[in-house]
Design a protein around this ligand. Structure first.
Ligand code: TXA
Ligand code: MG
Length: 320
């Protein structure tokens, strides 16, 4: 079953049932070493999924961020023995969040088990932020999709590992690093430095460099793009309306926000990339933004989406 959340749609299963969870891995084509996030109805149910008792330093970190739930924040904690190995890919920790989408919350409140749910896309493709994105996502189809409308946030949750010697940022997302650093009484620098690339790669295998990739090559737009590309079908994703002075005649243009507001950009980002990807283009050129606030999550996803096409955009690739 596919459920809406405020970040992206999720492919859901009873987290206590290893057979149900194995279907998630099979359906997504997800490697077995990439653990899932489990969703609970409220922080009161933490003991269903996390170890008890937790070390007091970790309890204190949970208290500092608990006002952000329900919301787009995932914490990685020592796991409860009730969580099957398949959910955590055998790791001693489990990723947990309380989503804020009213439909997800209602469903979770009615279930007496937590729900494991990765984003409802084939592994490595762009995450779904509309129910329609999920319809043809999987071969053989899905029995039920609950349509909860457009996802409000549009990028996945922020993942923070809460550890005895302090929190570590594993994935930037809907809750900003600035918000979290403040709650942990850390400087932003100190907190974001905890996003050690190597660690994040090892521990959150879903953070592989090439991820979120459309089939169509996608590149960050730069002033010089217009000089680089010979006539071809190019799509352009703008973060705000601008009159472009460049000489490319775009086959398709999408504008993500009427005023450059990054929350709107995040909300519309994946849907626009998907529409571009379905438009038979040769190339997508997309804006970039400052890596602050939700811009950090936006640029993280774009770094990954564009990393699959490293050659396009340098002069070599266009037929010198
Ligand atoms: O917003 C979201 O988080 C969405 C919605 C559906 O809740 N879910 C989502 O799940 O983005 P997924 O599976 O696409 O991404 C989960 C990420 C992966 O990068 C995975 O490696 C990491 O969480 N993860 C899961 N368990 C972990 C653990 N115990 N330690 C470190 N990373 C973990
Ligand atoms: Mg995903």
């Amino acid at each position: 079953m596919i459920i809406p959340t405020e970040t992206v749609y999720g492919l859901a299963a009873n987290a206590f049932d290893p057979d149900a969870v194995s279907k998630i891995f099979f359906t997504k084509g997800r490697p077995a070493n990439n653990p899932l996030i489990v969703h609970i109805a409220s922080i009161d149910r933490l003991s269903q999924v996390a170890a008890t008792p937790l070390p007091s330093s970790i309890e204190r970190q949970i208290d500092s961020v608990s006002d952000l739930w329900p919301g787009p924040l995932t914490v990685v904690l020592p796991r409860s023995a009730k969580i099957p190995d398949i959910v955590t890919a055998g790791q001693s920790t489990v990723a947990i969040r309380v989503p804020s989408h009213p439909v997800a919350l209602k469903l979770l409140a009615r279930c007496d088990f937590p729900i494991a749910a990765p984003s409802a896309n084939r592994s490595n493709y762009v995450s779904p932020t509309r129910a329609a994105h999920c319809e043809h996502a999987f071969e053989g189809g899905i029995e039920m999709i609950i349509d909860g409308g457009e996802c409000e946030i549009g990028v996945e949750s922020t993942i923070v590992s809460l550890e005895e010697n302090g929190p570590r940022l594993l994935r930037p997302g809907g809750v900003t690093a600035e918000q979290l650093a403040r709650r942990f009484s850390m400087s932003l620098d100190q907190f974001t430095r905890s996003c050690d690339e190597k660690h994040a790669l090892l521990e959150a295998p879903g953070m592989m460099p090439a991820h979120y990739s459309p089939r169509t090559p996608i590149q960050i737009y730069s002033e010089s793009s217009s000089h680089l590309y010979p006539p071809s079908r190019i799509g352009r994703i703008l973060f705000r309306p601008v009159r472009t002075a460049d000489s490319i005649r775009y086959a398709k243009v999408e504008t993500l926000s009427s005023d450059g507001n990054l929350s709107d950009v995040a909300k519309n980002l994946f849907a626009a990339i998907r529409r571009m990807d379905d438009a038979g283009l040769d190339l997508i050129l997309i804006d970039e933004c400052e890596r602050e606030g939700v811009g950090r999550a936006i640029m993280d996803r774009l770094d990954r989406a564009t990393s699959s096409y490293p050659c396009i955009g340098n002069t070599q690739a266009i037929g010198e």
